[in-house]
Structure formats: C-alpha cells, structure tokens
Design a binder for this molecule. Structure first.
Ligand SMILES: [Zn+2]
Length: 300
C-alpha cells in the first residue's frame, strides 16, 4: 500500500506569527496571492494565477504560510467578487489533476479556509457579525469577544477486502453508470473512526468487518472534509448487498478483473487526486493500470 498523507508539508504555517499584524502586513506586501471564493480559485489554463498585493484590494486576507524552500509567503484573498460563471475561476476538481504538490497543498488550504470563512459570517453565540482574526486562522465577535475556529468534518473511507484479497466497490446512483469507488461516510458525534467504519459499511454494503487498519488521511475541502482512510477485511463476502439508497450496486473485484474492466471502459474509477483512487492503486500494487486505456476522469 502506497503511503497516503505521509508527504511532509511543503509550507511552514508559522502559526506563531499570526497575531503579529506588522509582520503579516510585511509578508503580504511581497506575497504570492491566490484569489478564492465559492469553492473556486482564479486560474489560467496553466494552473493557479498568482496576484500581488497591488492587485488585491479590499476583501479578506488569509495567511497560508511560507514556502520552506523559497521563503515565499502565500496568502488567500477572498475578493468577494468571484463569479462562478467566469471561466477564469476554476474549482479544485477542475484544477487538481494538473497542480504541483506545492500548488495542490496551497489550494486545499485556501479553499478549505475560505469555505469556512464564507459560511461563518456571524457569531454562533450572539448572532453579531464576526471579522477575520489571527491573519485568517480564526474569526472574532466584537460583541462578546468569542473567537471562532475553522472546523473540519471527518469522514472515513474504507477499502474492503475479502480473504481472497479481492476488494468490494460500490456505485452511487448520482454517479454515471459504471463508476465504482470505495465506501465512505461521515463520523457521527461520540463515535470512534473504527466504529464509524463498521457502521457505514454495514449500512451501505451489508458486510461485517474485522482487522480495521488505518492507512492515512487527505484533506477534502468539498466543502470542509478530511478523508480518513482505512482498510478492513470481511469473512462473509457473499453477504455484500447495496442498501438501495446511497449505494445501488456492489461488486467484488480481483486485481485482474479490476484492471480489465477499467481498461475496457466498463469500470470508471474515482479521479487520480482522490484518496479512493490511491487506495485502489495501492492495493493493485504491481498490477499497473494503463492510463491511456482508462476512461476520462469523472467526479460525479
Ligand atoms: Zn458574539
């Protein structure tokens, strides 16, 4: 299994300087700035479009951190004018396949942070308007002085295996025909990740699991998740059945069956940037997919 989430961060978030407004202002003046809003980033056909401080007037600024190699500071700028109808503003889904690891990391952080700011303009205690605090790492209410911090919604994602080392994939009715992926679901209050894995898989696919093992994690800001990846084993593969609601088909695959189906177009895999795809390719191991034969990327 290839490591998921093990790559060191390329950005130093230097959280200790977030309350030093003069230092933040100085970094802003020479920063690389990406414009964000409504889950979109201003981009060109080549990738991210970086602005300078002169271009970024008004709006809200969110400090992302400093490149560990080049010392360049990065900020996200919520201009308030992002228009989803304008083609220069792309979603991470549209962009992510072509981004470098650095730009992907910046984009994930910027979009997750901007999504949270955008959804939390008011104080959850008194309802007053809040404003940016700590260079974008929090919001503050000037009425009751409560500070509000970004939230991330944990979701588990599971690679289910049987004793013959096949994997079980499921199809959601909102996806195109033939698109299958691993099983996922949101953590509920008071639940451990492992309990969530067992519950979600039994609800959606009807199988009981053992040997639940952590694989890694990946930010998934659509709009505010992190995917926590596990693999697990079932002793009763024949009991697999779709719940008919969230999952309408389930299918077991050996490595050769999966490769054949993916390359002849009857199976559509999740996108390359997704943790689901990396879990599947990690399990495939030496059975490499011929990318040229695969159908195009499908997100929905
Ligand atoms: Zn308040």
């Amino acid at each position: 299994m290839s490591a998921i989430g093990q790559r060191p961060s390329l950005i130093d978030r230097v959280s200790e300087i977030r309350n030093q407004s003069a230092r933040i202002e100085e970094l802003w003046s020479s920063a690389q700035i990406i414009e964000v809003g409504k889950g979109r980033i201003r981009s060109t056909s080549e990738g991210l479009l970086f602005l300078t401080a002169n271009d970024a007037v008004g709006g809200e600024r969110y400090f992302l951190g400093i490149d560990r190699t080049t010392d360049i500071a990065y900020f996200a700028w919520a201009s308030g004018v992002v228009d989803s109808e304008v083609e220069d503003y792309l979603t991470l889904r549209e962009l992510s396949g072509g981004l470098s690891p650095l730009h992907l990391e910046i984009s994930m952080h910027a979009i997750a942070l901007a999504n949270w700011h955008d959804a939390h303009p008011h104080c959850s205690k008194c309802g007053a308007q809040t404003r940016v605090d700590l260079a974008g790492a929090a919001r503050i209410c000037d009425v009751d002085l409560s500070q509000h911090h970004p939230r991330t919604d944990p979701a588990v994602i599971v690679l289910i295996k049987d004793r013959a080392d096949r994997i079980l994939l499921g199809h959601q009715p909102v996806w195109p025909d033939g698109r299958f992926s691993t099983f996922a679901g949101f953590l509920e209050p008071g639940e451990t990740f492992e309990q969530c894995v067992s519950r979600e898989v039994f609800e959606e696919a009807g199988v009981r699991l053992s040997e639940i093992k952590y694989l890694g994690s990946q930010p998934w800001p659509f709009p505010a998740s992190i995917m926590i990846a596990f693999e697990a084993v079932t002793d009763a593969p024949n009991e697999a059945r779709p719940d008919g609601d969230e999952i309408t088909e389930v299918q077991w695959f050996s490595r050769e069956e999966l490769k054949t189906a993916a390359e002849n177009g009857t199976l559509l895999l999740p996108p390359v940037v997704s943790v689901a795809r990396r879990m599947i390719e990690g399990w495939l191991g030496d059975v490499k997919l011929d990318r040229k034969k695969l159908a195009g990327e499908t997100w929905r």
